[in-house]
Design a protein around this ligand. Structure first.
Ligand code: GDP
Ligand code: MG
Length: 163
């Protein structure tokens, strides 16, 4: 259980789509973590010779915006605690939102490796749009389409170097 990849980001950016893609052949749910809640899903994934746990965060309880954003912040803090690598997912079709900036602020203060993952890059015309995400100050942008799987192999090649 030593290699853990947490996917964080605001709702609707595609976290669960990526989680399902990474874990689809290995649906085992790992529930021997302390602090597991229904807001987090744990699955097993493999890439080349590495096996690792993927955490999908989300499924937030609907409520006021304050509760909502507090819940997201909490998920990010837990990810910083328990993950080996954090995938910070954003949506190339919407650009940067205030909530994205809030999450980026928390991640910059954490000590864990963060991959900025620009999702929904379904075609080459969208590649240029992703440059806006350099404004987070979190380094390289990894372009993927969780829907088609484009770019996910290249992303995983980089992620597993941290194991
Ligand atoms: P989450 O709230 O971050 O877990 O996001 P979901 O995985 O539930 O996806 C939110 C919506 O975005 C769904 O309608 C997905 O089908 C869609 N989506 C996810 N990944 C992609 C992608 O790569 N391209 C496009 N066009 N849509 C996507
Ligand atoms: Mg989700």
């Amino acid at each position: 259980m030593s290699n853990i990849v947490a996917i964080v980001g605001r709702p609707n950016v595609g976290k669960s789509t990526l989680y399902n893609r990474l874990t689809e052949s290995r649906k085992a749910i790992v529930d021997d973590f302390s602090g597991v809640t229904r807001d987090r899903h744990y699955g097993v994934a493999e890439w080349t010779d590495k096996t690792f746990t993927v955490i999908d965060t989300g499924g937030y309880v609907a409520g006021s915006d304050d509760i909502f954003e507090a819940a997201i912040r909490e998920q990010v803090l837990i990810a910083i605690e328990e993950a080996t690598v954090i995938l910070f997912m954003v949506d190339v079709t919407t650009g940067v939102t205030d909530l994205d900036d809030d999450i980026a602020d928390i991640l910059r203060r954490g000590k864990k490796p963060v991959f900025v993952v620009a999702n929904k890059v379904d075609n080459n015309n969208l590649r240029n749009e992703a440059a806006i995400f350099y404004s987070f100050g979190l380094g390289d942008i990894h372009l993927i389409s969780s829907m088609t799987g484009s770019g996910t192999g290249e992303l995983l090649d980089e992620v597993i170097k941290h194991f």
